[in-house]
Design a protein around this ligand. Structure first.
Ligand SMILES: C[S@@+](CC[C@H](N)C(=O)[O-])C[C@H]1O[C@@H](n2cnc3c(N)ncnc32)[C@H](O)[C@@H]1O
Length: 221
């Protein structure tokens, strides 16, 4: 079983709301602005409650949002309107169907801790489709959990990098995730881009260790 949109709908319906973006995303966004500039529309794919989208919007960038959960999109739309956006571009997607006809035009992509909630082949296919839709010289910023993350510890091994979340995952129990051992397996999904940097960031908070792998890549001109 992969995680169904209904599970995410329930999670957001019950008030899940990330107020701030990850500090790491802010650093990536700001360093890209300084070094090259961010041009055009940035698609936040798997935007959740819209924390990264709001950060981009408040920094003056054009944004679009996509999600498998209508409730997440409603939360995101509401916060973007409160932040001053007029008619934000929010798109519900069915991940089992080709993404291109379901997405608006965009130039750059952020997909933060979203595509890990799929089997490896689906994760790779989604990344490939997202890259195909980017503009030449567009950026993609991607985050996914590593095996040092809580999600790895509360999931059981499946086929290859696939894992199934256990009871400790609460509402997400039973969901299939992809968590790779080897960072090169994640980088290999970014064919058609130049990977400018990749690495990890982590935190230990309330006795719980989290760790994420980050990819910062650019589509060639
Ligand atoms: C852990 S939340 C992260 C949300 C947000 N990107 C953030 O950083 O706060 C995971 C999000 O991914 C979405 N999601 C799950 N599977 C997805 C898929 N195949 N494609 C796009 N989004 C997906 C869920 O609906 C959920 O909102």
């Amino acid at each position: 079983m992969t995680i169904s949109p209904k599970i995410w709908d329930d999670i957001y319906l019950h008030g899940n709301f990330m107020l701030y973006p990850s500090e790491f995303f802010v650093r990536l966004m700001r360093s890209t602005e300084t070094q090259s500039g961010i041009k055009g529309i940035t698609l936040d794919h798997g935007c959740g409650s819209g924390n990264n989208a709001e950060c981009l919007f408040r920094a003056g960038h054009a944004i679009a949002c996509s999600e498998v959960s209508q409730t997440a999109l409603d939360v995101t739309r509401d916060r973007l309107v409160k932040a001053g956006a007029t008619n934000p571009s929010c798109h519900l997607v069915d991940p089992s169907q080709p993404l291109e006809p379901q997405l608006p035009k965009y130039d750059n992509v952020v997909s933060w801790l979203a595509l890990c909630y799929a089997p490896a082949a689906d994760m790779a296919a989604a990344i490939s489709q997202l890259i195909k839709g980017m503009s030449p010289s567009g950026f993609i910023w991607f985050a996914t959990p590593t095996k040092n993350d809580l999600l790895y510890r509360i999931s059981m091994p499946g086929d290859g990098p696939s894992r199934t979340l256990g009871a400790a995952a609460g509402a997400q129990e039973g969901a299939v995730m992809t968590i790779f051992d080897d960072h090169s397996d994640v980088e290999a999904m970014f064919a058609g881009t130049e990977v400018l940097d990749s690495g990890t960031y982590g935190m230990m908070f309330s006795g719980v260790q989290h760790e994420y792998m980050i990819i910062h890549a650019r589509k060639p001109d």
